[in-house]
Structure formats: structure tokens, C-alpha cells
Design a protein around this ligand. Structure first.
Ligand SMILES: [Zn+2]
Ligand SMILES: [Zn+2]
Length: 263
């Protein structure tokens, strides 16, 4: 972890002190590049920001991503079983997810949301951004899935906006405003995809279409399961003339077939 005390250099004179100076200078240099030296954000291993074990266990870089909903699938397939059966999200050109919503990644996302640790998202900004640009086309900017004002007041931050800020920081992408959540919705967790879509009906609205018309965007959220939230936002974006819409999330589920083969 970065320790601010290592930036303090005591005044010195003489040759021995010159050695001391270089020692301190090295410390400063390391401090400035501390992101490269950080420990694993998921397990604390010294090989951060994500150690090889956690990369294998939660990010599955060797698996494909369903182009329709972002679920992790076998590489030889382009779509998951749900999307092939027409049960995937509509209005999006592609969706991708950085990792699987389980274990360390799930705990990381939950600690951000429920223990109010939004700054921790900056620890994964670089590997997540690297993943995003390797999977999705270049766009004009990012749109965060908006949060209703009541929920925002309770939590104090919208994690999707913090993810958008991380992408802006790493990739210089513009954060495009204009879409709002105008209806508070109850928890989506116990609901089916159809129930979620019904629940989200009329939840989002574009207030300033001039920011969005004719543009290509990454639509970002923390987690996608059925894709219902991405679809509901993408629908109003399309209605405002947004051209390309690419869903981007930290985590998604596994394709059913993959689950089956894993036993
Ligand atoms: Zn790890
Ligand atoms: Zn899919």
C-alpha cells in the first residue's frame, strides 16, 4: 500500500547522505508508480492488481463473452443459450463483462456498494479499462446506468458513475450525461427477466437528447445478470438517436451450458 510518509525526505549533506538521497528517490519513484506494486485487490497476494490465481478464478480471460448479454461462454460460441433463444437484452450492439460474478469479484463489488468503498474501484481501473478496449469498439464516450435520486441520497454515490470515472481517467473518454432514472424500482434480485423488464418500464428517461444524438457509447454498470437494466436504458438511448450502444460491466453470470459442463 502507498504510504505518504515515504515522500518525506529529511535534509542531508555529504556523500553518505547522497546514497541516502538516492534511496529516498527510489522510494518516491515507487510511490509514484505504486499502482504497479499494489497487492491483489481480491486476495491480498503480492502480485497485484489482480494475481494470476484470482485472474483464473474470477476473470476467466480464456472464456468468450456472449455478444448479446456479456455472459461468460465457451470460446467457440458467439451467443449464450438465452440469447440464442431470444431471451437476451435488446437495443444493444454488444455487451461484455470483465469477469464472473462470484467469489472475490462479487465480494469486491458488494464491498464497494454496501460498505461505501467507491474509491476501491480505482484499484481495478487499469485492468478493467484494458479489458474494455480489447473487447469493444472505440466510442465517443461513456454513459453510466443512472440511479434514482432517492437511492443516490441513501448510498451517497452511484457505482456505475464511479466506473465511468475510472474509464475516463484511464482512457480519456468523455462521460456523457442526459439520461436519468425517474422511477425508483424495488430490488430486481428475486425477479425473472420478464418481471424485471416490467418493473423497469418507464424507469429511465432522456432529459438532454442533444448530448446523445448520433453518438456511440459504452453503457456501463457494475453487474449484469438478465440484461434487463441495460436493455431498459439502451431503449431510451436509441429513442434519442444514439447510434452504437455497447454494454460494459464488471461482472456477469456464466452461460448455462458452461455451468452444466463444469458440473
Ligand atoms: Zn488474488
Ligand atoms: Zn447472452
Amino acid at each position: 500500500m502507498f504510504d505518504i510518509r515515504c515522500l518525506i525526505i529529511e535534509p542531508r549533506t555529504g556523500v553518505d547522505d547522497l546514497k541516502g538521497f538516492w534511496k529516498e528517490a527510489t522510494k518516491i519513484s515507487r510511490a509514484l508508480w505504486y499502482v504497479d506494486e499494489q497487492t491483489c485487490v481480491f486476495c491480498g497476494d503480492e502480485h497485484g492488481p489482480i494475481c494470476p490465481t484470482c485472474t483464473d478464478n474470477y476473470l476467466y480471460p480464456d472464456l468468450g463473452r456472449c455478444l448479446g448479454c456479456g455472459k461468460l461462454i465457451l470460446v467457440e460460441r458467439s451467443h449464450c443459450i438465452d440469447c440464442e433463444a431470444g431471451r437476451g437484452p435488446k437495443y444493444l450492439d454488444q455487451v461484455t463483462a470483465w469477469g464472473h460474478y462470484s467469489g472475490g469479484l462479487r465480494e469486491f463489488i458488494q464491498s464497494i456498494k454496501f460498505k461505501a468503498h467507491p474509491r476501491r474501484l480505482m484499484e481495478i481501473a487499469r485492468p478493467f479499462s484494458d479489458w474494455a478496449i480489447s473487447q469493444l469498439p472505440v466510442v465517443d464516450g461513456v454513459v453510466a446506468v443512472p440511479m434514482h435520486a432517492t437511492r443516490l441520497a441513501e448510498r451517497g454515490f452511484n457505482q456505475a458513475e464511479v466506473i465511468a470515472s475510472a474509464l475516463q481517467w484511464e482512457l480519456g473518454l468523455e462521460i456523457i450525461p442526459g439520461v436519468e432514472r425517474i422511477e425508483p424500482t424495488s430490488s430486481q434480485v428475486p425477479l425473472s427477466r420478464q418481471e424485471r423488464l416490467y418493473n423497469l418500464k418507464g424507469a429511465f428517461a432522456v432529459r438532454q437528447p442533444e448530448y446523445l444524438k448520433g453518438r456511440n457509447v459504452w453503457l456501463v454498470d457494475d453487474v449484469t445478470t438478465t440484461g434487463a437494466t441495460l436493455e431498459a436504458v439502451a431503449k431510451v438511448l436509441r429513442g434519442s438517436g444514439v447510434q452504437g450502444i455497447y454494454g460494459l460491466c464488471l461482472a456477469a453470470g456464466l452461460d448455462k451450458e458452461r455451468d452444466h459442463r463444469r458440473g
